[in-house]
Design a protein around this ligand. Structure first.
Ligand code: NAI
Ligand code: MG
Length: 355
């Protein structure tokens, strides 16, 4: 039976970059006999223009039934005046919820060929290889919210941070299993000196960790973790944390890798998982054919690894990406004098040639 991949290009550069990733998948498919099959669906502003909603039923249903979803990006100035509930970005939130995508995995590797693009000193970032595992559908982003009417002339608001033991167990288990395939080290990040949710998180994490004697776990406060990422990023292997802390730390960590155009992510669900680059739809360069496709191509490699257990094919893609960068190929976002300037299509072909 063919493996069904639902491709959702979305808006802006979404089509250009998913075209690149699918071309690479087709090339590895030929070599490793993966038997992949693709179905294309709309989401975001593109879907709003066609159907009046950012996430059509058909798209969600197809995603739920797929073996994996490859997502480009959604959004753009064109839809700035659309009602809040119909904004393009609602598509990705709806997919996260509809697919139960409880974990977001963001690997950050500093490749030697790109070390000069990092804002930190080369000696600090060299060898960085961190996997951030962020809880994605709980915590303060999904807790009760209140925006009170004026109270003594001051408007008050609150957001409820709330985690249950099973929610923490699920994400920490995934972090432990992720570490087993890496250096066997998990840092659980919280703010247990102040927050009740963090104390529950820390206790639960310790109980889960006891089931994995081959993995070493330590705890770190989030403020310290933010600093350690900037001064000593190579001390980390896997970082596991809640939704809010993970959002902030993963953007901070992304800087260590060089360019936003390079960063992949996997959002893991109970059934279907979704893979997308971390950047948005880049309206400023959309339609020009110059977007960096590597973040999406590396997301496709994660798709092969996590959803299809095709590790060899995933390794081949990751190695090819490393090779094209060492060979000096650069899209505009990373270009400087002395390198080979390529567009999206040429970068894609360079990766394929290196497989
Ligand atoms: P963005 O990530 O789209 O762009 C930020 C900057 O990085 C821009 O200068 C852009 O040209 C550049 N850039 C991004 N990806 C690139 C690539 N592959 N190659 C070369 N350069 C690249 O973030 P921005 O501008 O804040 O948001 C644009 C739209 O995307 C908004 O509507 C936003 O809501 C949406 N967005 C969607 C996301 C998603 O679909 N998951 C995630 C983040 C933003
Ligand atoms: Mg973010």
């Amino acid at each position: 039976m063919p493996k069904k991949i639902v491709v959702i290009p979305g808006d802006g550069i979404g089509k250009e970059i998913t075209d690149g990733a699918v071309a690479v998948l087709q090339a590895v498919d030929k070599k490793y006999k993966l038997n992949l099959d693709y179905d294309y669906y709309d989401a975001g502003g593109t879907a709003y223009d066609k159907f009046g909603v950012p996430l059509p039923e058909d798209t969600l249903k197809a995603a739920q039934q797929a073996d994996a979803v490859l997502f480009g990006a959604v959004g753009g100035d064109k839809w700035d005046n659309v009602a809040p509930d119909l904004r393009p970005e609602k598509a990705i939130l709806g997919l996260r919820k509809g697919l139960g995508l409880y974990a977001n995995l963001r690997p950050v590797k500093t490749m030697d060929a790109l070390i000069e693009y990092s804002p930190l000193k080369p000696d600090i970032v060299r060898g960085t290889d961190v996997m951030i595992v962020r809880e994605l559908i709980g915590g303060v982003y999904f807790g009760d919210k209140c925006e009170e009417e004026d109270y003594n002339g001051t408007k008050r608001a609150w957001d409820l941070e709330n985690y249950s033991i099973p929610e923490v167990e699920r994400i920490v288990n995934l972090a432990m299993q992720t570490a087993q395939g890496r250096k066997g080290k998990v840092t659980s990040v919280d703010k247990a000196n102040v927050l009740a949710t963090s104390r529950l998180w820390r206790r639960t994490a310790a109980q889960v960790a006891a089931k994995y004697p081959d993995v070493k776990m330590d705890n770190m406060y989030v403020d310290n973790c933010a600093m350690q990422l900037a001064i000593n990023p190579t001390r980390f292997d896997v970082i596991v944390t809640g939704n809010l802390f993970g959002d902030i730390l993963s953007d901070e960590a992304a800087v260590l890798g060089g360019s936003i155009g390079l960063m992949p992510s996997a959002s893991i669900g109970e059934q279907t998982s979704l893979y997308e680059p971390i950047h948005g739809s880049a309206p400023d360069i959309a339609g020009k054919g110059i977007a960096n496709p590597l973040g999406t191509i590396l997301s496709a490699a994660m798709l092969l690894r996590y959803s299809l257990q095709a590790d060899e094919a995933a390794d081949a893609i990751e190695k090819a990406v490393k090779d094209v960068l060492s060979q000096g190929y650069r899209t505009a976002d990373l270009y400087s004098e002395g390198f080979k300037k390529v567009n999206t299509e040429q970068m894609t072909q360079a990766v394929i040639a290196n497989l």
